[in-house]
Design a protein around this ligand. Structure first.
Ligand code: ATP
Ligand code: MG
Length: 601
């Protein structure tokens, strides 16, 4: 492609809308344009990158025997009601765009495709002889994200590869899952990216095991905890660890103390002169179930630890049946406004004790009349601890379970693991923290969707059994930007050869110099013939401008038809290292071809 004929507009200044380097660079280099909130146009260079990533993904999926298809983006609400996710996706998470057609039927724009594919499986898979199956598609997904940001990282319209497997049993599902695990590692390695696979929470998609593939980068939205020996890595949402030992309590007898203005653990510990690990913190959460039931949850946890809301959500999901609901709808820490809906009288916030009375809850048919009282493991063995007194301005010290407070019946693990904790599997390892960009996520779904939607098959023994499912996603457009976030410098992007929009740019410093232009045009043709994807910068611009643009767009190699032409040579610069060397005209094509082939294997 000749740059002089391309829609090529670069910006010198960082666009104000962009916060992180990859977003700034993609906008500045004209790879993408923002059209609306979380909605971007992929311009020609970006489209080449996205196609290359898609092709690598496609090849690795095909190599496992998975079959490509394309599913509809318009999805009838009935399907989502069958799986029980319509409410969650349109109300609780509110992530699905919905619309009403002229027949007044409700539809959603596909944020994901479990419902559609399960319908197909239900109709087409009858016998164990047809199993296993794995179908995938590469398609635009729609999600009304609460905070679309960072360009393609969190868009409301983005490209995903999603695959769904159907297996006869758990064993077969595990095999497919392992296959996908390897395929994902291959894809990311071939894209030229450094990545880490981590244990993950399964979220609203559901299911048992899941693993995320993370590109480590400071701008990542996820926190990863890992051991230095790399034997353990998990998203913080899921991570487990050993809590540090509690420090001995300085209190020896039970007393109520006046502690004005100390609603936080830090302020209370300072006043009482005690370590946070000798205190119990009592946190109220408001859980809303899908049948409209509000349940007030009181979590007692050691004062120096924090509640991991994802773990708490998973815990509360198990209680759905108890409250005659199917699923947890939402979880929040009640603010003044929401307390008005259920509190019978003002709560002693910051001074709550484990035995706060159920009479704080207003009687109402849609509000559970008692607190659901949970205690985290960390608080169970504490002795002589300090905690709230249910009276503002006062705490109690020297308290014990079984004496002043009865230990809540339900012990849970809802503690957030942190960097610095000892690893659960190997206490000689201390967890470290890094930021990651989630580019892929694989799940063992089990029978959640097949049971809800009645997708069964007949086994060899003639039994009718639910299909075991797995689902496997890669954020193609997020991955493209993550590649930039992982590799750039002060002058611009640095694309890995495998997914660069072009391999080489030929810069003609002065196009009025016919020798320069002719040499460039010859090389351009020869390179194209040799299968080297080449951009020819034949614009009538100053050399400085061209060099800056070449660095900004980040193609792996630059050829300059400059002064060295007198000696029958051109300068070849590697973008990543800025190493420059002069190569004679007759060797340029073979040399570059050789480098590129080497980078692609
Ligand atoms: P996140 O936690 O980042 O919201 P998710 O768990 O919702 O991701 P999945 O539903 O597993 O993501 O989707 C599969 C992949 O699609 C993710 O691993 C990610 O790479 C990509 N993805 C998800 N949401 C977005 C988005 N809003 N914009 C771009 N890519 C996305
Ligand atoms: Mg999401």
């Amino acid at each position: 492609m000749r740059l002089s004929q391309m829609l090529f507009v670069t910006l010198r200044e960082d666009p104000v809308e962009a916060e992180i380097p990859s977003h700034k660079l993609l906008l500045r280099a004209g790879y993408i344009r923002r059209i609306g909130s979380g909605v971007y146009a992929y311009l020609p260079m970006m489209w080449r990158v996205l196609n290359k990533i898609s092709q690598i993904v496609r090849e690795e999926m095909n190599a496992t025997g998975a079959q490509e298809c394309l599913l509809p983006q318009l999805q009838a609400s009935e399907l989502w009601k069958e799986s029980g996710r319509w409410e969650t996706y349109t109300q609780a998470e509110g992530i699905m765009f919905t619309l009403i057609d002229r027949q007044k039927r409700e539809l959603g724009l596909g944020p994901t495709h479990e419902e559609v594919i399960t319908t197909i499986a239900r109709e087409m898979i009858r016998s164990y002889r047809q199993l296993p199956q794995n179908l995938y598609q590469i398609q635009t997904k729609f999600r009304d994200e609460i905070r679309p940001r960072f360009g393609l990282m969190r868009g409301r319209e983005f490209i995903m590869k999603d695959a769904y497997s159907f297996n006869a049993d758990e064993e077969s599902l595990k095999q497919t899952y392992q296959q996908m695990n390897r395929a994902y590692s291959n894809m990311l390695r071939r894209c030229g990216l450094a990545f880490t696979a981590v244990e993950a929470d399964t979220g609203a998609i559901g299911g048992s095991s899941s693993q995320e593939f993370m590109i480590l980068a400071a701008a990542g939205e996820d926190e990863v905890l890992y051991t230095p020996d790399n034997k353990y890595a998990a998203n913080v949402e899921k991570a487990v660890s050993l809590a540090p030992n509690a420090e001995p309590s300085p209190f020896t007898s039970y007393e109520k103390r006046e502690t004005p203005g100390t609603p936080t653990i830090a302020s209370m510990c300072e006043l009482l002169n005690c370590p946070p690990s000798a205190t119990v913190k009592d946190v109220i959460y408001e859980a809303l179930y899908d049948n409209g039931m509000t349940v007030l949850v009181l979590v007692s946890i050691r004062g120096d630890q924090d509640v991991n809301e994802v773990k708490l959500q998973n815990e509360l999901a198990k209680w759905a049946q108890h409250y005659e609901a199917k699923a947890l709808f939402s979880l929040s820490v009640p603010d003044e406004e929401s307390q008005k809906k259920w509190a019978a009288k003002p709560l002693p916030l910051g001074y709550i004790a484990p035995d706060i009375g159920d009479d704080y809850i207003r009687a109402h048919e849609n509000i559970a009349s008692q607190f659901l009282r949970l205690v985290d493991h960390t608080a169970v063995d504490l002795k002589n601890f300090a905690t709230g007194s249910n009276e503002s301005g006062y705490h109690v010290v020297g308290a014990n379970w079984g004496e002043q407070f009865s230990l809540p019946k339900h012990t849970v693990d809802v503690r957030e693991a942190r960097a610095g904790d000892r690893a659960a599997g190997d206490s000689s390892q201390t967890l470290k923290s890094a930021r990651g960009i989630e580019v892929g996520h694989i799940f063992q779904l089990g029978t959640k969707y097949s049971e809800a939607m009645g997708a069964t098959y007949t086994s060899e023994q003639g039994q009718e059994l639910p299909l075991y499912m797995g689902c496997y996603g890669v954020g193609i457009s997020r991955l493209a930007q993550a590649a930039v976030e992982q590799s750039y410098d002060e002058d611009g992007m640095i694309w890995p050869v495998a997914i660069a929009p072009y391999h080489v740019i030929i810069t003609v410093p002065k196009i009025s110099d016919t020798q320069q232009l002719e040499a460039a045009q010859n090389l351009y043709e020869q390179l194209q013939e040799a299968g080297v994807e080449t951009l020819l910068d034949d614009r009538d611009e100053r050399a400085g401008v061209k060099f800056k643009d070449a660095d900004l767009i980040g193609l792996p190699y630059r050829i300059v038809t400059g002064r060295s032409l007198q000696a029958g040579k051109v300068e070849v610069v590697e973008r990543a290292t800025k190493n420059a060397q002069e190569i004679s005209l007759d060797k340029v094509v073979t040399t570059l071809k050789h480098w590129i082939d080497a980078a692609l294997t």
